[in-house]
Write a protein that binds this ligand. Structure first.
Ligand code: ATP
Ligand code: MG
Length: 392
Protein backbone atom coordinates (compact mmCIF):
# COMPACT_ATOMS: atom_id res chain seq x y z
CA UNK A 1 0.00 0.00 0.00
CA UNK A 2 1.33 3.50 -0.83
CA UNK A 3 1.53 6.08 1.97
CA UNK A 4 -2.07 6.58 3.09
CA UNK A 5 -3.63 10.03 2.75
CA UNK A 6 -4.99 11.85 5.78
CA UNK A 7 -8.53 10.66 6.49
CA UNK A 8 -10.76 13.64 7.10
CA UNK A 9 -14.04 14.00 9.02
CA UNK A 10 -16.97 12.54 7.11
CA UNK A 11 -15.20 9.20 6.70
CA UNK A 12 -16.13 6.13 8.74
CA UNK A 13 -13.71 4.85 11.39
CA UNK A 14 -13.87 1.31 12.71
CA UNK A 15 -12.98 -0.19 16.06
CA UNK A 16 -12.54 -3.83 17.00
CA UNK A 17 -14.13 -4.32 20.39
CA UNK A 18 -17.22 -2.78 21.91
CA UNK A 19 -16.24 -2.13 25.53
CA UNK A 20 -16.08 1.21 27.33
CA UNK A 21 -12.81 2.18 25.64
CA UNK A 22 -14.47 1.63 22.27
CA UNK A 23 -17.47 3.66 23.42
CA UNK A 24 -15.35 6.66 24.38
CA UNK A 25 -13.37 6.36 21.14
CA UNK A 26 -16.65 6.38 19.18
CA UNK A 27 -17.87 9.42 21.10
CA UNK A 28 -14.65 11.32 20.34
CA UNK A 29 -14.66 10.34 16.68
CA UNK A 30 -18.28 11.40 16.34
CA UNK A 31 -17.61 14.73 18.04
CA UNK A 32 -15.03 15.38 15.32
CA UNK A 33 -17.49 14.55 12.52
CA UNK A 34 -16.56 10.99 11.71
CA UNK A 35 -18.97 8.11 11.30
CA UNK A 36 -18.18 5.01 13.32
CA UNK A 37 -18.43 1.24 13.08
CA UNK A 38 -17.96 -1.17 15.98
CA UNK A 39 -17.30 -4.88 15.61
CA UNK A 40 -18.43 -6.79 18.69
CA UNK A 41 -20.66 -9.83 19.02
CA UNK A 42 -22.48 -8.48 22.08
CA UNK A 43 -25.71 -6.70 21.02
CA UNK A 44 -25.58 -4.56 24.19
CA UNK A 45 -21.88 -3.68 24.05
CA UNK A 46 -21.19 -0.16 25.41
CA UNK A 47 -19.65 1.01 22.12
CA UNK A 48 -22.15 -0.76 19.87
CA UNK A 49 -24.98 1.10 21.62
CA UNK A 50 -23.66 4.52 20.54
CA UNK A 51 -22.09 3.75 17.15
CA UNK A 52 -23.57 4.51 13.71
CA UNK A 53 -22.82 0.92 12.69
CA UNK A 54 -22.58 -2.13 14.90
CA UNK A 55 -21.40 -5.35 13.29
CA UNK A 56 -22.43 -8.12 15.67
CA UNK A 57 -19.89 -10.85 14.99
CA UNK A 58 -16.78 -12.30 16.58
CA UNK A 59 -13.35 -10.83 15.86
CA UNK A 60 -12.45 -13.62 13.46
CA UNK A 61 -15.71 -13.79 11.55
CA UNK A 62 -15.02 -13.45 7.82
CA UNK A 63 -18.26 -11.68 7.01
CA UNK A 64 -17.90 -9.36 9.98
CA UNK A 65 -14.39 -8.34 8.97
CA UNK A 66 -15.53 -7.94 5.35
CA UNK A 67 -18.37 -5.65 6.48
CA UNK A 68 -15.90 -3.57 8.48
CA UNK A 69 -13.57 -3.38 5.49
CA UNK A 70 -16.38 -2.16 3.22
CA UNK A 71 -17.53 0.51 5.66
CA UNK A 72 -14.31 1.93 7.04
CA UNK A 73 -11.46 4.15 5.91
CA UNK A 74 -9.30 3.09 8.89
CA UNK A 75 -9.54 0.69 11.81
CA UNK A 76 -8.27 0.66 15.39
CA UNK A 77 -8.74 -1.60 18.40
CA UNK A 78 -9.85 -1.03 21.96
CA UNK A 79 -8.93 -4.44 23.24
CA UNK A 80 -5.52 -6.11 23.15
CA UNK A 81 -6.83 -9.61 22.82
CA UNK A 82 -8.23 -9.05 19.33
CA UNK A 83 -6.53 -11.66 17.10
CA UNK A 84 -3.53 -10.05 15.40
CA UNK A 85 -4.46 -12.01 12.26
CA UNK A 86 -7.72 -10.02 11.98
CA UNK A 87 -5.80 -6.74 12.21
CA UNK A 88 -3.30 -7.96 9.62
CA UNK A 89 -6.10 -9.01 7.28
CA UNK A 90 -7.70 -5.55 7.43
CA UNK A 91 -4.29 -3.88 7.08
CA UNK A 92 -4.05 -5.18 3.51
CA UNK A 93 -6.88 -2.79 2.62
CA UNK A 94 -6.66 0.26 4.90
CA UNK A 95 -4.59 1.87 7.67
CA UNK A 96 -4.84 -0.20 10.83
CA UNK A 97 -3.36 1.18 14.02
CA UNK A 98 -1.87 -0.14 16.16
CA UNK A 99 -0.46 -2.82 13.85
CA UNK A 100 -1.06 -6.53 14.47
CA UNK A 101 2.65 -6.98 15.13
CA UNK A 102 2.61 -4.51 18.05
CA UNK A 103 -0.66 -5.85 19.44
CA UNK A 104 0.63 -9.42 19.37
CA UNK A 105 3.59 -8.40 21.54
CA UNK A 106 1.28 -6.71 24.05
CA UNK A 107 -0.89 -9.86 24.10
CA UNK A 108 1.88 -12.00 25.46
CA UNK A 109 3.67 -11.14 28.71
CA UNK A 110 6.74 -13.14 27.67
CA UNK A 111 7.05 -11.35 24.32
CA UNK A 112 6.32 -8.04 26.03
CA UNK A 113 9.10 -8.52 28.58
CA UNK A 114 11.53 -9.59 25.85
CA UNK A 115 10.67 -6.31 24.11
CA UNK A 116 11.45 -4.31 27.25
CA UNK A 117 14.80 -6.05 27.53
CA UNK A 118 15.50 -5.27 23.83
CA UNK A 119 14.71 -1.58 24.46
CA UNK A 120 16.95 -1.46 27.52
CA UNK A 121 14.02 -0.56 29.79
CA UNK A 122 14.22 -2.33 33.19
CA UNK A 123 11.34 -4.64 34.19
CA UNK A 124 10.77 -6.98 37.16
CA UNK A 125 13.08 -10.04 37.21
CA UNK A 126 11.11 -12.91 35.65
CA UNK A 127 11.15 -16.41 34.22
CA UNK A 128 9.00 -17.91 31.49
CA UNK A 129 7.28 -21.15 32.55
CA UNK A 130 5.93 -23.29 29.73
CA UNK A 131 7.27 -26.71 30.72
CA UNK A 132 7.82 -28.88 33.78
CA UNK A 133 11.58 -28.44 33.29
CA UNK A 134 11.29 -24.63 33.32
CA UNK A 135 9.16 -24.88 36.47
CA UNK A 136 11.82 -26.99 38.19
CA UNK A 137 14.60 -24.63 37.08
CA UNK A 138 13.06 -21.46 38.57
CA UNK A 139 15.63 -19.50 40.57
CA UNK A 140 14.73 -19.10 44.26
CA UNK A 141 15.67 -15.42 43.84
CA UNK A 142 12.31 -14.95 42.02
CA UNK A 143 10.33 -15.98 45.12
CA UNK A 144 8.08 -14.77 46.62
CA UNK A 145 6.60 -13.89 43.26
CA UNK A 146 3.47 -13.56 41.16
CA UNK A 147 2.66 -16.20 38.58
CA UNK A 148 0.80 -14.61 35.66
CA UNK A 149 -0.67 -16.30 32.61
CA UNK A 150 1.25 -15.10 29.57
CA UNK A 151 -1.96 -14.41 27.66
CA UNK A 152 -5.47 -13.09 28.35
CA UNK A 153 -4.96 -11.57 31.82
CA UNK A 154 -6.61 -8.31 32.86
CA UNK A 155 -7.56 -6.55 36.09
CA UNK A 156 -5.40 -8.98 38.08
CA UNK A 157 -7.17 -12.04 36.65
CA UNK A 158 -5.00 -15.04 35.78
CA UNK A 159 -2.55 -14.20 38.57
CA UNK A 160 -1.53 -16.09 41.69
CA UNK A 161 0.82 -14.89 44.41
CA UNK A 162 3.27 -17.58 45.47
CA UNK A 163 5.69 -17.73 48.40
CA UNK A 164 7.78 -20.81 47.62
CA UNK A 165 8.46 -23.53 45.06
CA UNK A 166 5.62 -25.74 46.36
CA UNK A 167 3.05 -22.94 46.03
CA UNK A 168 4.44 -22.13 42.60
CA UNK A 169 3.89 -25.72 41.41
CA UNK A 170 0.33 -25.72 42.76
CA UNK A 171 -0.40 -22.34 41.19
CA UNK A 172 0.81 -23.44 37.77
CA UNK A 173 -1.43 -26.49 38.05
CA UNK A 174 -4.31 -24.24 39.08
CA UNK A 175 -3.78 -22.01 36.04
CA UNK A 176 -4.06 -25.08 33.80
CA UNK A 177 -0.34 -25.41 33.06
CA UNK A 178 -0.64 -22.78 30.33
CA UNK A 179 2.33 -20.59 29.39
CA UNK A 180 3.07 -18.28 32.31
CA UNK A 181 5.52 -15.69 33.51
CA UNK A 182 6.75 -15.74 37.10
CA UNK A 183 7.62 -12.27 38.30
CA UNK A 184 9.53 -11.48 41.43
CA UNK A 185 7.30 -9.69 43.96
CA UNK A 186 8.72 -6.19 44.20
CA UNK A 187 8.39 -3.74 47.12
CA UNK A 188 6.22 -1.05 45.49
CA UNK A 189 6.13 2.51 46.74
CA UNK A 190 3.51 3.38 44.16
CA UNK A 191 2.53 2.90 40.52
CA UNK A 192 2.44 5.24 37.59
CA UNK A 193 1.67 5.15 33.89
CA UNK A 194 1.98 7.32 30.84
CA UNK A 195 -0.02 7.59 27.65
CA UNK A 196 1.93 8.32 24.49
CA UNK A 197 0.57 8.75 20.99
CA UNK A 198 2.82 8.05 18.03
CA UNK A 199 1.91 9.10 14.51
CA UNK A 200 2.60 7.47 11.15
CA UNK A 201 5.58 9.81 10.74
CA UNK A 202 7.12 8.72 14.04
CA UNK A 203 6.22 11.93 15.87
CA UNK A 204 5.33 11.36 19.53
CA UNK A 205 3.26 13.33 22.04
CA UNK A 206 2.38 12.37 25.61
CA UNK A 207 -0.10 13.03 28.36
CA UNK A 208 1.35 13.94 31.77
CA UNK A 209 2.54 10.98 33.87
CA UNK A 210 -0.26 9.51 35.99
CA UNK A 211 0.04 8.30 39.56
CA UNK A 212 -2.14 5.22 40.08
CA UNK A 213 -3.57 3.42 43.07
CA UNK A 214 -4.66 -0.19 42.54
CA UNK A 215 -6.90 -2.13 44.89
CA UNK A 216 -7.26 -5.91 44.53
CA UNK A 217 -5.34 -5.74 41.23
CA UNK A 218 -7.80 -3.21 39.73
CA UNK A 219 -7.12 0.47 39.14
CA UNK A 220 -9.00 2.50 41.77
CA UNK A 221 -7.67 6.08 41.66
CA UNK A 222 -5.51 8.10 39.25
CA UNK A 223 -4.02 11.44 40.34
CA UNK A 224 -2.52 13.84 37.84
CA UNK A 225 -1.12 17.24 38.73
CA UNK A 226 2.14 19.08 38.99
CA UNK A 227 4.26 17.39 41.66
CA UNK A 228 2.30 14.09 41.81
CA UNK A 229 5.63 12.35 41.23
CA UNK A 230 9.27 13.40 41.62
CA UNK A 231 10.56 15.10 38.46
CA UNK A 232 13.25 12.45 37.92
CA UNK A 233 10.62 9.67 37.85
CA UNK A 234 8.51 11.62 35.37
CA UNK A 235 11.49 12.05 33.06
CA UNK A 236 12.47 8.39 33.30
CA UNK A 237 8.91 7.24 32.63
CA UNK A 238 8.60 9.46 29.56
CA UNK A 239 11.95 8.33 28.16
CA UNK A 240 11.12 4.66 28.75
CA UNK A 241 7.65 4.98 27.16
CA UNK A 242 9.16 6.68 24.14
CA UNK A 243 11.75 3.95 23.58
CA UNK A 244 9.12 1.22 24.01
CA UNK A 245 6.91 2.92 21.38
CA UNK A 246 9.79 3.64 18.99
CA UNK A 247 11.04 0.07 19.36
CA UNK A 248 7.65 -1.23 18.18
CA UNK A 249 7.50 1.35 15.37
CA UNK A 250 4.17 1.95 16.99
CA UNK A 251 1.30 3.95 15.48
CA UNK A 252 -1.52 4.80 17.85
CA UNK A 253 -2.13 5.40 21.54
CA UNK A 254 0.02 3.33 23.89
CA UNK A 255 -0.11 3.15 27.68
CA UNK A 256 3.03 2.11 29.54
CA UNK A 257 2.54 1.09 33.19
CA UNK A 258 5.33 1.29 35.74
CA UNK A 259 6.13 0.25 39.27
CA UNK A 260 8.04 2.72 41.44
CA UNK A 261 10.01 0.72 43.97
CA UNK A 262 10.60 1.77 47.54
CA UNK A 263 14.20 2.72 46.66
CA UNK A 264 12.84 5.07 43.96
CA UNK A 265 13.76 2.87 41.01
CA UNK A 266 11.30 2.79 38.12
CA UNK A 267 10.57 -0.53 36.39
CA UNK A 268 8.12 -1.08 33.57
CA UNK A 269 5.18 -3.40 34.33
CA UNK A 270 3.28 -3.78 31.08
CA UNK A 271 1.92 -2.02 28.04
CA UNK A 272 -1.58 -1.61 26.67
CA UNK A 273 -1.83 -0.98 22.91
CA UNK A 274 -4.79 1.38 23.25
CA UNK A 275 -6.16 4.11 25.51
CA UNK A 276 -6.08 3.08 29.15
CA UNK A 277 -8.21 3.46 32.25
CA UNK A 278 -5.45 5.59 33.82
CA UNK A 279 -5.77 8.11 30.96
CA UNK A 280 -9.46 8.85 31.40
CA UNK A 281 -8.83 12.10 33.31
CA UNK A 282 -7.62 13.58 30.00
CA UNK A 283 -11.27 13.81 28.89
CA UNK A 284 -11.87 16.68 31.29
CA UNK A 285 -8.43 17.88 32.40
CA UNK A 286 -6.56 18.15 29.09
CA UNK A 287 -7.18 20.03 25.86
CA UNK A 288 -6.79 16.78 23.89
CA UNK A 289 -8.06 13.51 25.35
CA UNK A 290 -6.49 10.09 24.86
CA UNK A 291 -9.45 9.17 22.64
CA UNK A 292 -8.99 12.19 20.40
CA UNK A 293 -5.32 11.19 20.15
CA UNK A 294 -6.47 7.75 18.99
CA UNK A 295 -8.60 9.37 16.27
CA UNK A 296 -5.71 11.61 15.20
CA UNK A 297 -3.25 8.70 15.03
CA UNK A 298 -5.45 6.41 12.96
CA UNK A 299 -6.46 9.12 10.48
CA UNK A 300 -2.98 10.59 10.05
CA UNK A 301 -4.08 13.97 11.46
CA UNK A 302 -1.33 16.02 13.14
CA UNK A 303 -0.48 15.24 16.76
CA UNK A 304 -0.24 18.33 18.89
CA UNK A 305 1.23 18.10 22.38
CA UNK A 306 -1.71 17.90 24.84
CA UNK A 307 -1.84 20.48 27.62
CA UNK A 308 -3.32 19.71 31.02
CA UNK A 309 -5.35 22.75 32.05
CA UNK A 310 -6.58 21.49 35.40
CA UNK A 311 -5.30 19.26 38.18
CA UNK A 312 -7.35 16.08 38.21
CA UNK A 313 -8.25 12.96 40.12
CA UNK A 314 -10.15 10.06 38.56
CA UNK A 315 -12.15 7.61 40.62
CA UNK A 316 -13.07 4.30 39.06
CA UNK A 317 -16.71 3.33 39.59
CA UNK A 318 -16.87 -0.43 40.04
CA UNK A 319 -20.09 -2.42 40.27
CA UNK A 320 -19.40 -2.93 43.99
CA UNK A 321 -20.69 0.61 44.62
CA UNK A 322 -24.17 -0.51 43.55
CA UNK A 323 -24.25 -3.01 46.41
CA UNK A 324 -23.07 -0.75 49.21
CA UNK A 325 -25.39 2.26 49.16
CA UNK A 326 -25.17 4.40 52.33
CA UNK A 327 -22.62 2.04 53.81
CA UNK A 328 -25.14 -0.82 53.86
CA UNK A 329 -24.52 -4.06 51.93
CA UNK A 330 -27.46 -5.08 49.73
CA UNK A 331 -28.15 -8.03 47.44
CA UNK A 332 -30.04 -5.98 44.91
CA UNK A 333 -28.08 -3.35 42.98
CA UNK A 334 -29.01 0.25 43.81
CA UNK A 335 -27.54 3.11 41.75
CA UNK A 336 -25.17 5.36 43.72
CA UNK A 337 -26.28 8.88 44.69
CA UNK A 338 -25.19 10.61 41.48
CA UNK A 339 -27.20 13.71 42.36
CA UNK A 340 -25.19 14.22 45.53
CA UNK A 341 -21.89 13.68 43.71
CA UNK A 342 -22.86 16.04 40.90
CA UNK A 343 -23.70 18.74 43.42
CA UNK A 344 -19.93 19.01 44.02
CA UNK A 345 -18.05 21.45 41.77
CA UNK A 346 -15.85 19.98 39.03
CA UNK A 347 -17.26 16.43 39.00
CA UNK A 348 -17.63 14.87 35.56
CA UNK A 349 -19.56 11.61 35.48
CA UNK A 350 -18.84 9.02 32.78
CA UNK A 351 -20.99 5.89 32.75
CA UNK A 352 -20.58 3.16 30.17
CA UNK A 353 -24.19 2.15 29.62
CA UNK A 354 -23.77 -1.32 31.12
CA UNK A 355 -27.12 -2.61 32.25
CA UNK A 356 -26.09 -4.92 35.07
CA UNK A 357 -23.84 -3.85 37.90
CA UNK A 358 -21.58 -6.68 39.06
CA UNK A 359 -18.88 -6.65 41.69
CA UNK A 360 -15.50 -5.91 40.11
CA UNK A 361 -17.11 -4.72 36.85
CA UNK A 362 -16.04 -1.31 35.57
CA UNK A 363 -19.31 0.65 35.29
CA UNK A 364 -17.88 4.13 34.82
CA UNK A 365 -15.50 6.72 36.22
CA UNK A 366 -15.66 10.13 37.82
CA UNK A 367 -13.19 12.80 36.74
CA UNK A 368 -12.71 15.58 39.26
CA UNK A 369 -11.18 18.87 38.14
CA UNK A 370 -10.66 22.16 39.95
CA UNK A 371 -8.51 25.25 40.23
CA UNK A 372 -6.05 23.82 42.75
CA UNK A 373 -4.77 20.42 43.81
CA UNK A 374 -6.17 21.00 47.31
CA UNK A 375 -9.64 21.68 45.94
CA UNK A 376 -9.53 18.66 43.66
CA UNK A 377 -8.39 16.39 46.48
CA UNK A 378 -11.06 17.68 48.85
CA UNK A 379 -13.79 17.20 46.23
CA UNK A 380 -12.55 13.76 45.20
CA UNK A 381 -12.42 12.60 48.82
CA UNK A 382 -15.95 13.91 49.45
CA UNK A 383 -17.21 12.18 46.28
CA UNK A 384 -15.49 8.97 47.35
CA UNK A 385 -17.19 9.18 50.73
CA UNK A 386 -20.63 9.65 49.14
CA UNK A 387 -20.00 6.74 46.78
CA UNK A 388 -18.61 4.38 49.38
CA UNK A 389 -15.06 4.32 47.97
CA UNK A 390 -12.37 4.03 50.67
CA UNK A 391 -10.31 7.17 51.21
CA UNK A 392 -6.88 7.35 49.54
P1 ATP B 1 -4.60 -4.51 34.31
O1 ATP B 1 -5.57 -5.13 33.40
O2 ATP B 1 -5.28 -3.66 35.37
O3 ATP B 1 -3.46 -3.81 33.70
P2 ATP B 1 -3.25 -7.02 34.84
O4 ATP B 1 -4.18 -8.13 35.07
O5 ATP B 1 -2.61 -6.90 33.54
O6 ATP B 1 -3.97 -5.69 35.23
P3 ATP B 1 -0.78 -6.50 36.28
O7 ATP B 1 -0.68 -5.12 35.81
O8 ATP B 1 0.28 -7.45 35.89
O9 ATP B 1 -2.19 -7.16 35.99
O10 ATP B 1 -0.88 -6.53 37.89
C1 ATP B 1 -1.96 -5.92 38.57
C2 ATP B 1 -1.44 -5.25 39.83
O11 ATP B 1 -0.83 -6.23 40.72
C3 ATP B 1 -0.34 -4.25 39.56
O12 ATP B 1 -0.84 -3.02 39.15
C4 ATP B 1 0.36 -4.24 40.94
O13 ATP B 1 -0.39 -3.49 41.88
C5 ATP B 1 0.32 -5.69 41.37
N1 ATP B 1 1.55 -6.37 40.89
C6 ATP B 1 1.70 -6.99 39.71
N2 ATP B 1 2.95 -7.49 39.55
C7 ATP B 1 3.64 -7.16 40.66
C8 ATP B 1 5.01 -7.39 41.11
N3 ATP B 1 5.89 -8.04 40.34
N4 ATP B 1 5.36 -6.90 42.33
C9 ATP B 1 4.46 -6.25 43.10
N5 ATP B 1 3.17 -6.00 42.74
C10 ATP B 1 2.75 -6.44 41.53
MG1 MG C 1 -1.78 -3.78 34.79
Amino acid sequence: MSAPATILPGATLGVLGGGQLGRMFVQSAQAMGYFTAVLDADPTSPAGLVSHHHIRTGYEDREGLEALRRLCAAVTTEFENVPAASLNQLAAHMPVSPAGSAVSIAQDRAAEKAHFVRCGVPCAPYAVIETEAQLAAVSPSLLPGILKTARMGYDGKGQVRVKDAAELATAWQQLGRVACVLEKMLPLAHECSVIVARGRDGSIVNLPVQRNLHRDGILAVTEVYEGNLPAAQVEQALAAAKSVADGLDYVGVLCVEFFVLQDGMLVVNEIAPRPHNSGHYSQNACDVSQFELQVRCMTGLPLTQPRQHSPSIMLNLLGDLWFARDGKESDQPVAPAWDQVLALPGCHLHLYGKRDAKRGRKMGHLNVTGATVEQVRATALRAAEILGIAAF
